[in-house]
Design a protein around this ligand. Structure first.
Ligand code: NAG
Ligand code: NAG
Ligand code: NAG
Ligand code: NAG
Ligand code: NAG
Ligand code: NAG
Ligand code: NAG
Ligand code: NAG
Ligand code: NAG
Length: 895
């Protein structure tokens, strides 16, 4: 940061010295007090203040016309909003000085979605893709004094329906239980805005990203792409700068300079005279190269493997000319130096060709020369309204730091949401979270008429240019599940398989691929997720089995088998989706309804919120396998919620550890579970509830993703294979794994044994196999595993429960004493506490809740095997120990 401040100071000094003009920008956002926006519906019965950036649902809520959209049945009760048409209008003043500039442009960073735009009553353009930046030349339409800008939005539902008449592509609609809308594949907006299995339909309209006027004479820097490549001791940095003039400026001359801040507070500068003709649309680009000795920078690493060094890159373009009309445009990005590739090589070369694992191709990420197992999750938008997702930085921060704090190194930005905000990717750069970036196509066939393809090409070009420089972006992927949907006939497309296949290739291969590869030649573009990677490509893009475990990535869901059992999971090279549902806490659900009669699994309300067909019965049957829950229990609902979270946490723990164990021989090299976050208070696959509360799953992720983990597997023959997983770049030598056997009613192990353990860097290795010592009394016992190793500060304990907990004998009702003491640790604006727990027997799944107190436990969902446990709690606001003690309640499992 320091070097950036110095640089900016230097620049402003230079500008003053030489009297160079800066590009003038006039914000047209609501935060500019000279710009007022209003929002009106078709019949003008509603006329309220509008917000920009913003959207119609936000504005209607603020005006009190609709209530909280996430409350009760409001997703369907407010649907009229999406069928109406809406007009956003603003008035603003333009000065004579502004109009002296040769060029005036209206820059719209994001409009959702179909809008006819008028300036002073004259049509200036049409938007039809919420993911595209639109730039309109408005010099001839602006006037001195007051101007009027109008956006007339079409109903996205009607627009999609209309287009489908001529360009139908399957499926027609989302399933009925989603309470959604049809033909979302016809409109280039967030696909989940017409509803998804984890979220409600809010087919939004609005101006969701920044809007401004730009006045200038020369050129504006729009995007910067950077390529870093390392050879021997030199990093080769290629900077490509994309600029925009005006359609009628054909020749441009100027000077482009690039400053890179490096280690030791120094700056490398390069520059180049530019004398060029622009493209027919007034754009042009300039490329520069910089050679940087490796000791001038430090490598960027994903979370858990090293630090995230980022370097300021400043680019200036100064037009030539007389002093008075020399003009400067600048742009700043932060870049990181790292190499990344996906290695798809013959698995037999590593694994031998006589094993099943040796078939096919490897699929793993190699970062800075090291093969890294990718731990993480899948990201959906942080809010169902794109304007909130875009602009609520605290929400984004909380979610991304929650991912960082649970050892995640990769998130997949899933293809039914949005290309996220610049802020999102910047935070991922800073936190070391790699991004698997889908393009926004999900679970559908898509039309390929020329208008649609033009629209998509603009979208891909814009977003790859916008995001390319982020070191966090690891890979691009064309779509979510569309290859497997066609192969698997999800949408009854079999009769037209060849037609849809040809269209699939036209869209993702003929149109999207060349754009990605020309802007970003070194990052891998996968056509789909899941896919067989190179093998799908060789097989003509629709593989026979896109889920083939020997190639690429897979998505795996199984609600019928025993999800706590590691042996049910099939192998995969890379698990990019897998998950199980749970219910959010009562605290979170109460923000959506307080009607007592709603709080039954079979209530209309709970049916309304469950979009996964048979969802509750899958949760219930999973619970019933392991936990005792009687239908006539007076606390049935409350327990169902708590048990659903235990069940989900244990299922994802089992599957994740199975994948991590399978890293042995590099068979499996990634585990991204579905899904990190939520958009409403409803059953879903998320680990974090809407509002930010962590489910048990997210606490468990802290352990099952731990960099060093002892991970046991109870095999089908009732042996226990014990793995040591080491996600560090250093080996573990001469460590001890202690195995202890406990009865369910005593803290004293009845048996204990230590085993020597060693692990190579970045490895998972089976260390030893034991039998269940007391096989005939296995309903009375469980095993605890712990690691002692030099240089490993902490490694979580792990457990094997030989029989389902509901059959465990000896579990007693515990006496639990809870005490709270304030600590001096810093904790944002809140207070830090230690919660001391004293118990007199083994307690499974002890779950603490702070109820009305907002805050965060450091750990939760404990398997208590010792009399004393301490846990740190950090509040959001200042409170005292008495208040906290009164606020905390707990739950635990008992038969
Ligand atoms: C005007 O539109 C609103 C919202 O769509 C609707 O509720 C109302 O009935 C309409 N009024 C008239 C007079 O058509
Ligand atoms: C534009 O300027 C005029 C004259 O100063 C003023 O009356 C008017 O309110 C201004 N309009 C806006 C939208 O600020
Ligand atoms: C849909 O099509 C009809 C008939 O062509 C047209 O009148 C109407 O304006 C269209 N509506 C939208 C939202 O495109
Ligand atoms: C632009 O430059 C080209 C080549 O140098 C020249 O032929 C042309 O006349 C120039 N056009 C304008 C509008 O200055
Ligand atoms: C960078 O190094 C390459 C190869 O060593 C050389 O060809 C090129 O001229 C150098 N570029 C700069 C800008 O120094
Ligand atoms: C398996 O590998 C061996 C040794 O590399 C080679 O001789 C043999 O041809 C391979 N077999 C197949 C089926 O690829
Ligand atoms: C339910 O009650 C709580 C506590 O009084 C309140 O904070 C919440 O807003 C209520 N929820 C709804 C949907 O009204
Ligand atoms: C492992 O156990 C052995 C034998 O009990 C002991 O000497 C050694 O210090 C232990 N190592 C660690 C890292 O705890
Ligand atoms: C602490 O409070 C200040 C002032 O309200 C706020 O600006 C800041 O973001 C808060 N910090 C945290 C970590 O919440």
């Amino acid at each position: 940061m320091k070097s950036l401040v110095i640089l900016l100071f230097l620049i402003s000094f230079l500008l003053n010295l030489h009297k160079i003009n800066c590009l003038l920008k006039l914000s047209l956002e609501s935060s500019n007090e000279n710009v007022k926006w209003t929002l009106e519906n078709r019949n003008k019965s509603i006329n309220i203040p509008g917000s920009v950036p913003g959207g119609v649902y936000t504005d209607l809520q603020n005006a009190g016309i609709i209530g909280d959209i996430l409350s009760g049945y409001n997703d369907v009760l407010t649907r009229w909003v999406a069928y109406d048409t809406w007009t956003y209008t603003s008035k603003f003043n333009v000065s004579a000085n502004n109009l002296n500039s040769a060029v005036a442009k209206l820059v719209l960073e994001g409009v959702d979605t179909v809008a006819y735009i008028e300036l002073n009553g004259i049509p200036i353009g049409l938007t039809k893709n919420m993911f595209v930046r639109y730039v309109f030349d408005v010099k001839t339409y602006l006037k001195e004094g007051e101007n009027k800008l109008t956006f007339n939005f079409e109903s996205p539902i009607d627009y999609a329906k209309n287009r489908s008449r001529q360009h139908f592509a399957a499926p027609e609609c989302v399933p009925d239980v989603y309470n959604g809308e049809c033909h979302v594949n016809q409109i280039r907006k967030m696909q989940a805005s017409f509803s998804w299995d984890w979220g409600p339909a809010f087919p939004s309209v609005g101006i969701w990203r920044n809007v401004r006027l730009e006045f200038f004479n020369g050129a504006v820097i729009r995007s910067i792409t950077t390529h870093t490549e390392k050879k021997d001791t030199i990093w080769f940095l290629t900077v490509k700068v994309y600029l925009d003039t005006s359609n009628n400026i054909r020749n441009i001359s100027g000077y482009l300079s690039v400053y890179l801040s490096v280690e030791g507070h120094s700056t490398i500068k390069i520059g180049k005279n530019v004398d060029t003709q622009t493209n027919s649309d007034g754009t042009f680009d300039v490329e520069l190269e910089m050679n940087i000795s490796e000791n001038m920078i430090r490598e960027w690493w994903p979370n858990g493997y090293g630090s995230q060094y980022l370097y300021n890159l400043l680019v200036f373009f100064t037009t030539h000319g007389d002093r008075s009309d020399r003009e400067i445009s600048h742009k700043h990005v932060k870049i990181g130096f790292r190499t990344i590739e996906i290695v798809e090589q013959k698995a037999s070369l590593i694994l031998g060709n006589d094993t099943l694992a040796g078939q096919g191709l490897t699929f793993y990420f190699k970062v800075n020369g090291h093969p890294l197992f990718m731990k993480g999750s899948n990201w959906i938008p942080s809010n169902v309204l794109p304007e909130i997702n875009e602009n609520d930085k605290i929400r984004i921060d909380n979610l991304l730091t929650a991912a960082r704090d649970t050892h995640m190194a990769m998130l997949r930005v899933w293809g039914g949401g949005v290309y996220e905000s610049d802020y999102f990717y910047r935070r991922c750069d800073e936190l070391g979270i790699l991004i698997w970036q889908d393009f926004m196509f999900a679970c559908a066939m898509y039309p390929v008429d020329p208008e649609f393809l033009d629209n998509v090409r603009a979208e891909i070009q814009h977003n790859v240019l916008r995001l390319q420089h982020h070191p966090s972006i690891a890979v691009w992927a064309g779509n979510n599940e569309n290859e497997v949907a066609l192969r698997g006939n999800w949408y009854s497309t079999q009769a037209q398989f060849d037609k849809y296949k040809a269209e699939y290739i036209r869209l993702y291969v003929d149109n999207i691929k060349p754009i990605v590869e020309s802007i970003d030649p070194t990052r891998r573009y996968l056509i789909s997720s899941p896919s067989n990677g190179r093998k799908s490509e060789e097989d003509g893009y629709i593989a026979k089995n896109p889920y083939d475990p020997h190639f690429g990535d897979t998505h795996y869901y199984n609600y019928l088998a025993d999800n706590w059992n590691l042996n049910i999971y099939p192998q995969t090279r890379f698990a990019s989706e897998y998950g199980f549902q749970s219910l959010p806490s009562l605290k979170t659900m109460k923000t959506a309804t307080n009607k007592t009669s709603d709080y039954r699994i079979d209530s209309d309300y709970f049916k309304h919120r469950q979009h996964s067909p048979n969802g509750y019965s899958f949760i219930e049957s999973q619970i019933n396998r392991h936990l005792k829950l009687n239908k006539d229990d007076p606390k049935y609902f409350e327990k169902f919620v708590y048990y659903s979270q235990i069940s989900q946490a244990m299922s994802i723990k089992a599957e994740t550890e199975f994948y991590r164990q399978s890293q042995a021989d590099w068979y499996t090299m990634g585990a991204l579970y579905w899904q990190l976050n939520d958009v409403w208070q409803a059953p879903s696959w998320s680990g974090i509830e809407y509002g930010g509360k962590w489910k048990m799953l997210h606490y468990f992720a802290k352990s099952f993703f731990a960099p060093v983990l002892v991970s046991p597997r109870l095999t089908l023959t009732e042996n226990v294979d014990v793995y040591l997983i080491n996600d560090r770049i250093v080996a573990i030598i001469n460590a001890n794994i202690t195995v202890e056997m406990f009865k369910w009613n005593s803290f004293t192990p009845i048996k204990s044994q230590s085993y020597l353990a060693n692990a190579k860097p970045l490895s998972s290795e089976k260390q030893f196999t034991i039998d269940l010592w007391d096989a005939d009394k296995k309903d009375e016992i469980f095993l605890r595993f712990a690691l002692q190793a030099d240089g490993v500060i902490s490694s979580p304990q792990n457990y094997i429960f030989p029989v389902p907990l509901k059959n465990a004998k000896g579990l007693r009702t515990p006496n639990i004493k809870l005490d709270v003491s304030e600590t001096t640790a810093v904790c944002g604006n809140g207070t830090s506490f230690t919660v001391n727990l004293n118990v007199d027997t083994i307690v499974p799944f002890l779950w603490l809740e702070a109820n009305s107190i907002d805050g965060h436990f450091h750990d939760n969902g404990f398997i208590i095997t010792e009399p004393k446990t301490k846990v740190h709690f950090c509040t959001k606001e200042k409170i005292n120990a008495q208040q906290l003690k009164r606020g905390i309640t707990y739950k635990y499992y008992e038969n």
